[in-house]
Design a protein around this ligand. Structure first.
Ligand SMILES: [Zn+2]
Length: 397
Protein backbone atom coordinates (compact mmCIF):
# COMPACT_ATOMS: atom_id res chain seq x y z
CA UNK A 1 0.00 0.00 0.00
CA UNK A 2 1.46 3.34 -1.05
CA UNK A 3 1.46 6.45 1.18
CA UNK A 4 -1.10 8.00 -1.12
CA UNK A 5 -3.47 5.11 -0.55
CA UNK A 6 -3.50 5.73 3.17
CA UNK A 7 -5.81 8.64 2.52
CA UNK A 8 -9.25 7.23 1.88
CA UNK A 9 -11.00 8.71 -1.14
CA UNK A 10 -14.65 8.06 -1.87
CA UNK A 11 -16.28 7.89 -5.28
CA UNK A 12 -18.48 10.94 -5.99
CA UNK A 13 -21.35 8.82 -7.24
CA UNK A 14 -21.31 5.59 -5.22
CA UNK A 15 -19.69 4.61 -1.90
CA UNK A 16 -16.61 2.76 -3.16
CA UNK A 17 -13.19 3.87 -2.00
CA UNK A 18 -9.65 3.78 -3.31
CA UNK A 19 -8.94 0.96 -0.81
CA UNK A 20 -10.69 -1.65 -2.95
CA UNK A 21 -8.15 -4.05 -4.48
CA UNK A 22 -8.47 -5.31 -8.03
CA UNK A 23 -8.94 -9.00 -8.76
CA UNK A 24 -5.65 -10.71 -9.45
CA UNK A 25 -4.36 -14.13 -10.40
CA UNK A 26 -4.49 -15.49 -6.84
CA UNK A 27 -1.99 -18.29 -7.44
CA UNK A 28 0.62 -15.53 -7.70
CA UNK A 29 -0.61 -13.86 -4.48
CA UNK A 30 2.46 -14.15 -2.29
CA UNK A 31 2.34 -12.06 0.84
CA UNK A 32 -0.18 -10.20 2.88
CA UNK A 33 1.66 -6.91 2.27
CA UNK A 34 2.03 -7.45 -1.44
CA UNK A 35 1.23 -4.24 -3.26
CA UNK A 36 -2.08 -4.50 -5.03
CA UNK A 37 -3.60 -2.29 -7.66
CA UNK A 38 -6.62 -0.60 -6.20
CA UNK A 39 -9.65 1.22 -7.48
CA UNK A 40 -8.97 4.70 -8.79
CA UNK A 41 -11.06 7.60 -10.00
CA UNK A 42 -11.33 9.82 -13.07
CA UNK A 43 -10.98 13.65 -13.01
CA UNK A 44 -14.62 14.03 -11.94
CA UNK A 45 -14.04 11.69 -9.00
CA UNK A 46 -16.02 8.73 -10.35
CA UNK A 47 -14.83 5.16 -9.77
CA UNK A 48 -14.37 2.60 -12.56
CA UNK A 49 -17.69 0.93 -11.85
CA UNK A 50 -19.56 4.25 -12.08
CA UNK A 51 -17.68 5.26 -15.24
CA UNK A 52 -18.61 1.90 -16.67
CA UNK A 53 -22.25 2.45 -15.77
CA UNK A 54 -22.27 5.87 -17.48
CA UNK A 55 -20.64 4.36 -20.57
CA UNK A 56 -23.20 1.56 -20.65
CA UNK A 57 -26.03 4.07 -21.04
CA UNK A 58 -24.84 4.66 -24.59
CA UNK A 59 -24.76 0.97 -25.54
CA UNK A 60 -27.11 -0.22 -28.25
CA UNK A 61 -28.35 -3.36 -26.44
CA UNK A 62 -30.22 -4.63 -29.49
CA UNK A 63 -26.92 -4.62 -31.38
CA UNK A 64 -25.21 -6.44 -28.51
CA UNK A 65 -27.96 -9.04 -28.38
CA UNK A 66 -27.49 -9.62 -32.09
CA UNK A 67 -23.80 -10.33 -31.40
CA UNK A 68 -24.90 -12.93 -28.85
CA UNK A 69 -27.36 -14.52 -31.28
CA UNK A 70 -24.65 -14.79 -33.94
CA UNK A 71 -22.31 -16.37 -31.45
CA UNK A 72 -24.96 -18.88 -30.34
CA UNK A 73 -25.65 -19.74 -33.99
CA UNK A 74 -21.96 -20.44 -34.44
CA UNK A 75 -21.57 -22.69 -31.41
CA UNK A 76 -25.05 -24.24 -31.01
CA UNK A 77 -24.77 -28.03 -30.95
CA UNK A 78 -26.26 -29.83 -33.92
CA UNK A 79 -25.75 -33.35 -32.58
CA UNK A 80 -27.53 -33.03 -29.26
CA UNK A 81 -24.44 -32.50 -27.15
CA UNK A 82 -23.81 -29.75 -24.67
CA UNK A 83 -22.59 -26.58 -26.34
CA UNK A 84 -21.81 -24.24 -23.46
CA UNK A 85 -21.05 -24.28 -19.76
CA UNK A 86 -22.61 -22.22 -17.01
CA UNK A 87 -20.91 -22.51 -13.67
CA UNK A 88 -22.72 -21.76 -10.43
CA UNK A 89 -24.32 -23.19 -7.36
CA UNK A 90 -27.87 -22.05 -7.92
CA UNK A 91 -27.33 -18.37 -7.17
CA UNK A 92 -29.51 -15.89 -8.99
CA UNK A 93 -26.86 -15.06 -11.61
CA UNK A 94 -26.12 -18.61 -12.69
CA UNK A 95 -29.84 -19.41 -12.75
CA UNK A 96 -30.50 -16.42 -14.98
CA UNK A 97 -27.66 -17.26 -17.37
CA UNK A 98 -28.47 -20.93 -17.80
CA UNK A 99 -32.18 -20.30 -18.26
CA UNK A 100 -31.93 -17.52 -20.80
CA UNK A 101 -29.29 -19.41 -22.80
CA UNK A 102 -31.37 -22.56 -22.92
CA UNK A 103 -34.89 -21.26 -23.35
CA UNK A 104 -34.43 -17.98 -25.19
CA UNK A 105 -31.33 -18.63 -27.27
CA UNK A 106 -31.87 -22.41 -27.64
CA UNK A 107 -28.45 -23.44 -26.44
CA UNK A 108 -27.82 -26.64 -24.50
CA UNK A 109 -25.88 -25.61 -21.41
CA UNK A 110 -24.24 -28.04 -19.04
CA UNK A 111 -24.35 -26.54 -15.57
CA UNK A 112 -21.40 -27.24 -13.29
CA UNK A 113 -21.07 -26.59 -9.59
CA UNK A 114 -17.95 -26.25 -7.49
CA UNK A 115 -19.33 -26.93 -4.03
CA UNK A 116 -19.31 -24.12 -1.46
CA UNK A 117 -16.95 -24.44 1.53
CA UNK A 118 -19.76 -24.76 4.09
CA UNK A 119 -23.17 -25.03 2.45
CA UNK A 120 -26.13 -23.08 3.83
CA UNK A 121 -29.57 -24.68 3.85
CA UNK A 122 -30.93 -22.06 1.47
CA UNK A 123 -28.00 -22.74 -0.89
CA UNK A 124 -28.81 -26.47 -0.93
CA UNK A 125 -32.45 -25.70 -1.78
CA UNK A 126 -31.43 -23.35 -4.57
CA UNK A 127 -29.08 -25.85 -6.18
CA UNK A 128 -31.90 -28.42 -6.14
CA UNK A 129 -34.35 -25.90 -7.61
CA UNK A 130 -31.90 -24.93 -10.34
CA UNK A 131 -31.74 -28.53 -11.55
CA UNK A 132 -35.36 -29.51 -10.88
CA UNK A 133 -37.34 -26.34 -11.60
CA UNK A 134 -34.97 -24.66 -14.07
CA UNK A 135 -34.42 -28.01 -15.77
CA UNK A 136 -30.71 -28.60 -16.32
CA UNK A 137 -28.12 -31.35 -16.23
CA UNK A 138 -25.55 -30.59 -13.56
CA UNK A 139 -22.18 -31.87 -12.45
CA UNK A 140 -21.30 -31.05 -8.88
CA UNK A 141 -17.73 -31.30 -7.69
CA UNK A 142 -16.68 -31.29 -4.04
CA UNK A 143 -13.05 -30.66 -3.20
CA UNK A 144 -11.52 -32.81 -0.42
CA UNK A 145 -12.82 -31.14 2.76
CA UNK A 146 -9.86 -32.16 4.89
CA UNK A 147 -7.44 -30.42 2.55
CA UNK A 148 -9.76 -27.43 2.09
CA UNK A 149 -9.97 -26.99 5.84
CA UNK A 150 -6.16 -26.72 6.05
CA UNK A 151 -5.90 -24.34 3.11
CA UNK A 152 -8.70 -22.15 4.44
CA UNK A 153 -6.98 -22.05 7.83
CA UNK A 154 -3.69 -20.94 6.23
CA UNK A 155 -5.38 -18.32 4.04
CA UNK A 156 -7.19 -16.88 7.06
CA UNK A 157 -4.01 -16.68 9.13
CA UNK A 158 -1.71 -15.37 6.37
CA UNK A 159 -4.02 -13.14 4.35
CA UNK A 160 -7.26 -12.82 6.32
CA UNK A 161 -8.81 -14.18 3.16
CA UNK A 162 -10.34 -17.52 4.22
CA UNK A 163 -12.19 -18.08 0.94
CA UNK A 164 -9.06 -17.60 -1.17
CA UNK A 165 -8.25 -21.29 -1.86
CA UNK A 166 -11.92 -21.89 -2.74
CA UNK A 167 -11.85 -18.92 -5.12
CA UNK A 168 -8.69 -20.27 -6.75
CA UNK A 169 -10.41 -23.62 -7.29
CA UNK A 170 -13.67 -22.26 -8.61
CA UNK A 171 -11.92 -19.89 -10.98
CA UNK A 172 -10.53 -22.60 -13.26
CA UNK A 173 -13.22 -25.22 -12.62
CA UNK A 174 -15.60 -24.26 -15.46
CA UNK A 175 -12.76 -24.20 -17.97
CA UNK A 176 -11.41 -27.56 -16.79
CA UNK A 177 -14.90 -29.02 -17.24
CA UNK A 178 -15.17 -27.40 -20.67
CA UNK A 179 -11.96 -29.10 -21.66
CA UNK A 180 -13.06 -32.48 -20.26
CA UNK A 181 -16.31 -32.37 -22.21
CA UNK A 182 -14.82 -30.67 -25.26
CA UNK A 183 -17.20 -27.71 -24.99
CA UNK A 184 -15.86 -24.52 -26.55
CA UNK A 185 -18.00 -21.93 -24.84
CA UNK A 186 -18.00 -20.94 -21.16
CA UNK A 187 -20.27 -18.17 -19.92
CA UNK A 188 -19.57 -16.00 -16.90
CA UNK A 189 -22.12 -13.49 -15.65
CA UNK A 190 -21.52 -9.85 -14.91
CA UNK A 191 -18.43 -8.16 -16.20
CA UNK A 192 -15.87 -7.43 -13.47
CA UNK A 193 -15.97 -3.75 -14.35
CA UNK A 194 -19.64 -3.66 -13.26
CA UNK A 195 -18.59 -3.83 -9.65
CA UNK A 196 -15.22 -2.13 -9.93
CA UNK A 197 -13.07 -5.26 -9.59
CA UNK A 198 -11.17 -4.39 -12.71
CA UNK A 199 -11.03 -2.01 -15.64
CA UNK A 200 -13.50 -2.38 -18.43
CA UNK A 201 -12.44 -4.94 -21.02
CA UNK A 202 -12.52 -4.05 -24.71
CA UNK A 203 -14.82 -6.96 -25.58
CA UNK A 204 -16.80 -9.83 -24.05
CA UNK A 205 -13.78 -12.04 -23.59
CA UNK A 206 -12.42 -13.04 -20.18
CA UNK A 207 -8.63 -12.76 -20.45
CA UNK A 208 -7.34 -16.34 -20.43
CA UNK A 209 -4.00 -15.25 -18.91
CA UNK A 210 -5.87 -14.61 -15.65
CA UNK A 211 -6.42 -18.36 -15.42
CA UNK A 212 -2.94 -19.51 -16.30
CA UNK A 213 0.16 -20.20 -14.26
CA UNK A 214 2.88 -22.28 -15.89
CA UNK A 215 4.79 -22.95 -12.69
CA UNK A 216 5.04 -26.37 -11.09
CA UNK A 217 2.26 -27.03 -8.57
CA UNK A 218 4.82 -26.92 -5.72
CA UNK A 219 5.74 -23.36 -6.63
CA UNK A 220 2.27 -21.85 -6.84
CA UNK A 221 0.89 -19.77 -3.98
CA UNK A 222 -2.18 -20.77 -2.03
CA UNK A 223 -3.32 -18.83 0.99
CA UNK A 224 -0.11 -16.80 1.04
CA UNK A 225 2.38 -19.72 1.04
CA UNK A 226 3.89 -21.86 -1.67
CA UNK A 227 2.46 -25.35 -1.96
CA UNK A 228 5.87 -26.85 -1.08
CA UNK A 229 5.85 -24.90 2.22
CA UNK A 230 2.32 -26.07 3.00
CA UNK A 231 3.40 -29.66 2.30
CA UNK A 232 6.32 -29.27 4.69
CA UNK A 233 4.04 -28.01 7.44
CA UNK A 234 1.34 -30.65 6.88
CA UNK A 235 3.53 -33.53 5.81
CA UNK A 236 0.70 -35.93 4.95
CA UNK A 237 -0.31 -33.74 2.00
CA UNK A 238 0.78 -34.86 -1.44
CA UNK A 239 0.78 -33.27 -4.91
CA UNK A 240 -2.53 -34.87 -5.82
CA UNK A 241 -4.24 -33.12 -2.90
CA UNK A 242 -3.80 -29.87 -4.82
CA UNK A 243 -5.44 -30.94 -8.10
CA UNK A 244 -8.54 -28.73 -7.61
CA UNK A 245 -6.30 -25.67 -7.05
CA UNK A 246 -3.88 -26.34 -9.85
CA UNK A 247 -4.16 -23.52 -12.38
CA UNK A 248 -4.31 -24.20 -16.08
CA UNK A 249 -1.08 -24.09 -18.04
CA UNK A 250 -0.63 -22.56 -21.48
CA UNK A 251 -0.01 -26.11 -22.72
CA UNK A 252 -3.49 -27.21 -21.52
CA UNK A 253 -5.16 -24.69 -23.78
CA UNK A 254 -2.94 -24.90 -26.82
CA UNK A 255 -5.04 -27.04 -29.11
CA UNK A 256 -8.40 -26.14 -27.64
CA UNK A 257 -10.67 -23.43 -29.05
CA UNK A 258 -11.77 -21.95 -25.75
CA UNK A 259 -14.07 -18.92 -25.46
CA UNK A 260 -14.76 -17.61 -21.98
CA UNK A 261 -17.30 -14.82 -22.28
CA UNK A 262 -19.19 -12.49 -19.98
CA UNK A 263 -22.90 -12.73 -20.70
CA UNK A 264 -23.14 -9.29 -19.08
CA UNK A 265 -21.38 -7.85 -22.12
CA UNK A 266 -24.29 -8.83 -24.35
CA UNK A 267 -27.27 -8.37 -22.03
CA UNK A 268 -28.17 -5.51 -19.74
CA UNK A 269 -27.50 -6.74 -16.22
CA UNK A 270 -29.48 -5.45 -13.26
CA UNK A 271 -29.10 -7.58 -10.10
CA UNK A 272 -32.66 -6.86 -9.02
CA UNK A 273 -34.10 -7.86 -12.41
CA UNK A 274 -31.88 -10.94 -12.46
CA UNK A 275 -33.25 -11.88 -9.05
CA UNK A 276 -36.88 -11.66 -10.24
CA UNK A 277 -36.07 -13.62 -13.38
CA UNK A 278 -34.30 -16.38 -11.43
CA UNK A 279 -37.06 -16.67 -8.87
CA UNK A 280 -39.83 -16.78 -11.51
CA UNK A 281 -38.13 -19.31 -13.78
CA UNK A 282 -35.86 -21.46 -11.65
CA UNK A 283 -37.35 -21.21 -8.16
CA UNK A 284 -34.60 -19.07 -6.64
CA UNK A 285 -35.33 -18.32 -2.99
CA UNK A 286 -33.64 -15.57 -0.95
CA UNK A 287 -32.26 -16.10 2.57
CA UNK A 288 -34.73 -16.22 5.47
CA UNK A 289 -33.06 -13.24 7.12
CA UNK A 290 -31.16 -10.26 5.84
CA UNK A 291 -27.45 -11.08 5.47
CA UNK A 292 -25.25 -10.10 8.44
CA UNK A 293 -23.28 -7.02 7.40
CA UNK A 294 -25.82 -5.84 4.85
CA UNK A 295 -29.54 -5.37 4.24
CA UNK A 296 -30.00 -7.70 1.25
CA UNK A 297 -31.20 -11.29 1.22
CA UNK A 298 -30.32 -12.56 -2.23
CA UNK A 299 -26.58 -12.21 -2.96
CA UNK A 300 -23.89 -14.75 -2.02
CA UNK A 301 -26.05 -16.75 0.36
CA UNK A 302 -24.98 -20.30 -0.48
CA UNK A 303 -21.76 -20.46 1.57
CA UNK A 304 -21.35 -19.69 5.28
CA UNK A 305 -17.73 -18.79 4.60
CA UNK A 306 -18.82 -15.93 2.29
CA UNK A 307 -20.24 -14.14 5.32
CA UNK A 308 -16.87 -14.30 7.09
CA UNK A 309 -15.12 -13.39 3.83
CA UNK A 310 -17.06 -10.11 3.55
CA UNK A 311 -16.35 -9.32 7.19
CA UNK A 312 -12.61 -9.85 6.63
CA UNK A 313 -12.81 -7.61 3.57
CA UNK A 314 -14.34 -4.92 5.76
CA UNK A 315 -11.57 -5.24 8.36
CA UNK A 316 -8.77 -5.05 5.77
CA UNK A 317 -10.14 -2.46 3.37
CA UNK A 318 -12.98 -0.75 5.21
CA UNK A 319 -15.33 -1.97 2.50
CA UNK A 320 -18.06 -4.25 3.79
CA UNK A 321 -20.87 -6.18 2.24
CA UNK A 322 -23.37 -3.37 2.76
CA UNK A 323 -21.21 -0.88 0.87
CA UNK A 324 -20.81 -3.28 -2.05
CA UNK A 325 -24.57 -3.95 -2.19
CA UNK A 326 -25.53 -0.30 -1.74
CA UNK A 327 -23.02 0.96 -4.31
CA UNK A 328 -24.43 -1.41 -6.89
CA UNK A 329 -27.98 -0.29 -6.15
CA UNK A 330 -26.96 3.38 -6.35
CA UNK A 331 -25.44 2.75 -9.78
CA UNK A 332 -28.58 0.97 -10.91
CA UNK A 333 -30.73 3.86 -9.69
CA UNK A 334 -32.63 1.87 -7.05
CA UNK A 335 -31.45 3.98 -4.09
CA UNK A 336 -29.79 7.39 -3.67
CA UNK A 337 -26.24 7.89 -2.41
CA UNK A 338 -27.66 9.36 0.84
CA UNK A 339 -29.82 6.29 1.37
CA UNK A 340 -26.75 4.15 0.74
CA UNK A 341 -24.80 6.07 3.37
CA UNK A 342 -27.49 5.56 6.00
CA UNK A 343 -27.67 1.85 5.17
CA UNK A 344 -23.90 1.57 5.68
CA UNK A 345 -24.15 3.45 8.94
CA UNK A 346 -26.66 0.90 10.12
CA UNK A 347 -25.39 -2.41 8.77
CA UNK A 348 -21.83 -2.25 7.46
CA UNK A 349 -19.32 -4.24 9.47
CA UNK A 350 -21.88 -6.24 11.48
CA UNK A 351 -20.17 -9.33 12.80
CA UNK A 352 -21.31 -12.47 10.89
CA UNK A 353 -22.85 -13.84 14.07
CA UNK A 354 -24.94 -16.60 12.51
CA UNK A 355 -22.10 -18.44 10.80
CA UNK A 356 -18.77 -17.23 12.23
CA UNK A 357 -18.37 -20.05 14.72
CA UNK A 358 -19.07 -22.71 12.07
CA UNK A 359 -16.35 -21.10 9.93
CA UNK A 360 -13.85 -20.91 12.81
CA UNK A 361 -14.56 -24.52 13.69
CA UNK A 362 -14.03 -25.60 10.07
CA UNK A 363 -10.59 -23.97 10.16
CA UNK A 364 -9.74 -25.41 13.58
CA UNK A 365 -9.68 -22.10 15.47
CA UNK A 366 -11.46 -21.18 18.67
CA UNK A 367 -13.48 -17.95 18.63
CA UNK A 368 -10.76 -16.12 20.62
CA UNK A 369 -7.93 -17.34 18.41
CA UNK A 370 -9.81 -16.25 15.31
CA UNK A 371 -10.64 -12.82 16.73
CA UNK A 372 -6.96 -12.26 17.57
CA UNK A 373 -6.02 -13.03 13.96
CA UNK A 374 -8.72 -10.67 12.67
CA UNK A 375 -7.49 -7.78 14.84
CA UNK A 376 -3.95 -8.17 13.50
CA UNK A 377 -5.18 -7.20 10.04
CA UNK A 378 -6.75 -3.85 10.94
CA UNK A 379 -4.67 -1.22 9.09
CA UNK A 380 -3.68 1.75 11.22
CA UNK A 381 -5.01 4.25 8.73
CA UNK A 382 -8.48 2.69 8.91
CA UNK A 383 -8.81 1.70 12.57
CA UNK A 384 -8.08 3.01 16.05
CA UNK A 385 -8.85 1.61 19.47
CA UNK A 386 -10.84 3.74 21.87
CA UNK A 387 -11.71 2.44 25.35
CA UNK A 388 -11.09 -1.11 24.16
CA UNK A 389 -13.42 -0.64 21.20
CA UNK A 390 -12.38 -0.51 17.55
CA UNK A 391 -13.42 2.69 15.77
CA UNK A 392 -13.29 3.36 12.04
CA UNK A 393 -11.15 6.23 10.80
CA UNK A 394 -11.69 8.31 7.65
CA UNK A 395 -15.34 7.28 7.36
CA UNK A 396 -17.78 8.83 4.94
CA UNK A 397 -20.37 9.59 7.66
ZN1 LIG B 1 -18.49 4.79 -7.97
Amino acid sequence: MTEDNKIVKHCKLCLMTNQKPFSINETKNKLKDQKKTTLSFDESGNCFACQDKIFKKSIDWAEREKELKDLCDKYRSKDGNYDCIVSGSGGKDSMFQAYILKYKYHMNPLTVTYSPIIKTSVGIKNLTNWVNIGGFDNYTFSANGKVLSILTREAFKNLLHPAQPFKVGIKTFAVKMAKNFNINLVFYGEEYSDYGSNKMLPDARYPIEWLINDEDVNDIYLGGSQVKEIKKKYNFLRDQDFIPYKPLTSEDLKKFDLNVLFLGYFLKWDPQEVYYYASNNSGFIPGDYKSDGSYGRYSSIDDKMEFLHYYCHYIKYGIGRCRLDASQEIRNGHITREEGISLCKKFEGEFPKRYANDCFKFMGYTHDEAMKIIDKFRPEHLWKKNNNKWIRKQEIF
